[in-house]
Write a protein that binds this ligand. Sequence first.
Ligand code: GUN
Length: 361
Amino acid sequence: MRRVAISWQNGLITSIASATKSLHTTKDNHSCKIIMSPPLVSLDLPDIWSSNSNQYDSIPPQKFSNQQIATVIDGKSIAEDIRSSITSEVRRMKESIGKVPGLAVIVVGQRRDSLIYVRNKIKACEETGIKSMMTELPDECAEDEVLSALSNFNEDSSIHGILVQLPLPQHLDEGKILNALSLEKDVDGFHPLNMGNLAMRGREPLFIPCTPKGCIELLIRSGVEIIGKNAVVIGKSNIVGLPTSLLLQRHHATVSIVHALTKNPEQITREADIVITAAGVPNLVRGSWLKPGAVVLDVGTFPVDDPSSESGYRLMGDVYYEEAVELVSAITPVPGGVGPMTIAMLLSNTLDSAKRTYDFH
Ligand code: GUN
């Protein structure tokens, strides 16, 4: 049988004659032939924005007529409240049963952003009384070294959460490594079973990924209604875009996902009551992309050189803030918006995991 499949190449649709694939069952001699178009589950195209709005300083802000003063959602302060409750709970656990939660972090390589994130996570553990351990491996390390570090933490009963900082260097198989993580210690929620349970109605994941959980927490604590609202998630990464869209669906939003190959991202985003953007492209979301009165959460944290700052760089979000702030009803700043919430949710997931282990309520 000859079938025709569709493949996407550089945004063009080309028809190809697909090969057919036979699968045989081992149980009996009858071969069970399943016809599949090979590209059916995976059209492996790079998710890279070719936007000309990837400019840092040079675009003058456009003025919008229907001006409105936006509420700036103070993620830093909300995260501090949550961390303070976690500190009390960790103390109560220590006083009651003589145990504290433990988090292990594995970081491979020297990516500047990863090292900053990891340092902040370890510092946050120290400040809340959570025990932390870190394994740092060189860029060129073998997969077995990562798996061995992971296996040690899987076996360590004082560790209740394990985080493998992503992205990993290209030569490492991220899927294989995340699959090896103990489901009960997957505080990032990236194990396929946790992610699958998040996707399915009536199933409960053991952990919800930290950034999406932080975003929903920000919406709830800011009094933003989610049920029935049009939500647009920009970016479809495993870390943020995908789980955020799943979590918004669980909260009964009508969810659209806009990504690097979307034809009309501006038009679709302008329909949204809630925009959560995680593209990693500074100034991608201009005022013209936003419906007046929308609520905007900016997950982007792109480091750009800034000799005037102490660290030599500053973080830029996906949203052109000066334009958006005149249009929307609420917005998170970068930094000080979603970032601190991600860390607070990691601490919260680690505490929950330890409570589950010790049956401590
Ligand atoms: N890289 C960027 N964000 C995250 C995160 O939340 N968890 C992990 N493991 N890696 C990341």
